[in-house]
Design a protein around this ligand. Structure first.
Ligand code: ACO
Length: 439
């Protein structure tokens, strides 16, 4: 599809008929531009008195979206139709932000204007520094991010009318621009160094690097290979359709909550080891394995359900093929290590683990391939970030996806407050018993 094509609106292409309890429901089947059709079950309860049951939403679409498309079987990821491999190679994160937000690649004027706007919103209110100093000095930077990003609502609550598209866009620019500043402040606070202010002469990613690694007593020199690698990591993580944290942002936003509070809820969800915390967990696992000869032991453990151990950085809810982001990440990893003239023994462990797992029946049958997190930890470590910052970096990148999805939801006339139903299996109604009569 290109910008000239009429956008499909989830048109009804057929119907699905279900008969339950002697009652019939004719459910519309909607088609998108690509991907599986969806059965619209919105009438099911009214028609038959039954709900659908789908823990983890494995077969449930929660919204219509034009932003990101994933074909898990093919290993394909498109932002607004553009393949992730092409964006990672030819674009940059700021251009990707514009594209995710506005639907098409920007022309030169649009790009310059957008980049300028983002650059000029990077400072945070000086009073914000007091929020940071309220945290324990050794606080995890993700804990700091959950609190401080939520605190932005206190600064911009009255100025954000979520029903006004212009104000929504101002809030969008603010959050994209301020996230690197806040992430760098969380890092600096957690290591006891002074905060470094943003520099408007630097691009988005170089500025972030200097806010993280510069110190006031000496000049900081940007390594362009490092800046390019981090920019690519941001691009790879910018959006991933209706994943757990994005669904959290949409659910929080569906009640009309302030966008900064919604993004804070996404950050909290992202922190979990099954989601954004996986690259930290993958690196820890590689460190624990330590050497190539110990790999078989860990592969055996991963296949044994009773061990409770999983190969971190392997498997994905949607990708049942190689995660296209993992391929770009692997190439970036080689590039960074070569540039820094740095040999990381964990890369040997990772490569061999990948080779063994991909030829093992257990992983083949279950379609478990390396995901984006498998190599990203090694790259981030080479760039100088401690593991505690990995998920923070992910949150900086994913903020654009969260806020693009939030904007899309706010513009959707079918948007309703998110309110799932349940299958109740608790006690039936029973009378209250006085305490002296209880067994
Ligand atoms: N190692 C070993 N076995 C695994 C792994 C793994 N990493 N992942 C899944 N399996 C097995 C499960 O035990 C299960 O086996 P079964 O069918 O015999 O019960 C089967 O594969 C399917 O697993 P599910 O957990 O049902 O798959 P789901 O799609 O719900 O989970 C998930 C996806 C959470 C990512 C899972 O693969 C996992 O835990 N991976 C490790 C954590 C990780 O790398 N997460 C990063 C995700 S990417 C991101 O968030 C950016």
């Amino acid at each position: 599809m290109n910008a000239q094509d009429p956008a499909p609106k989830g048109d009804v292409t057929k119907t699905a008929n279900i008969v339950l309890n002697g009652k019939q429901s004719m459910m519309p089947v909607r088609s998108g531009s690509i991907g599986p059709d969806v059965v619209d079950v919105g009438r099911l309860y009214r028609d038959t008195g039954c709900f659908t049951y789908d823990p983890g939403f494995t077969s449930t679409a929660n919204c219509m979206s034009k932003i990101t498309y994933i074909d898990g079987d093919k290993g394909q990821l498109l932002y607004r139709g553009y393949p992730i491999e092409q964006l990672a190679e030819k674009s940059n994160f700021v251009e990707v932000c514009y594209t995710l937000l506005h639907g098409d690649l920007p022309n030169k004027v649009q790009y310059d204007d957008f980049r300028n706007t983002i650059t000029r919103h990077t400072m945070v209110h000086e009073q914000m520094t007091r929020f940071y100093t309220g945290f324990r000095r050794d606080a995890h930077p993700m804990a700091i991010m959950c609190g401080t990003v939520g605190a932005l609502s206190a600064f911009y609550h009255d100025s954000t009318d979520i029903n006004d598209p212009k104000q929504r866009m101002i809030a969008t620019h603010r959050i994209i621009a301020k996230m690197p500043t806040m992430a760098a402040m969380a890092y600096k606070y957690s290591i006891g160094q002074p905060f470094i202010y943003p520099r408007n002469d630097l691009d988005y990613t170089s500025n972030f690097l200097q806010m993280c690694f510069a110190v006031p007593c000496e000049p900081y020199v940007i390594n362009p290979v490092m800046a390019r690698a981090l920019d690519r990591i941001f691009t790879l993580h910018a959006d991933h359709e209706q994943n757990a944290s994005t669904s959290t942002v949409r659910l929080a936003g569906s009640s009309g909550a302030n966008p900064f509070a919604c993004i804070a809820s996404g950050i909290a969800c992202l922190w979990g080891p099954a989601h954004g915390g996986a690259n930290e967990a993958a690196l820890k696992m590689l460190e624990e394995i330590g050497s190539v000869d110990r790999i078989p032991e860990y592969v055996k453990m991963a296949k044994d359900k009773s061990s409770g151990f999983r190969l971190m950085g392997f498997g994905h809810r949607v990708y049942k093929n190689y995660d296209p982001r993992a391929k770009v990440m692997q190439a970036t990893c080689n590039e960074v290590l070569a540039n820094l003239n740095h040999r990381d023994p964990l890369l040997d462990v990772a490569r061999e683990l990948e080779r063994i797992a991909l030829s093992d029946d257990y992983f083949i049958e279950k379609k478990l391939y390396p995901n984006v997190d498998f190599y990203s930890g090694i790259v981030l470590r080479a760039l100088g970030f401690p593991t505690s910052m990995f998920t923070v970096l992910f949150s900086v990148a994913r903020t654009v996806g969260w806020i693009a999805q939030w904007n899309e939801m706010m513009e959707d006339p079918e948007q309703k407050i998110g309110r799932p139903r349940q299958l109740y299996v608790g006690p039936k109604e029973r009378p209250y018993t006085m305490i002296d009569r209880r067994a």
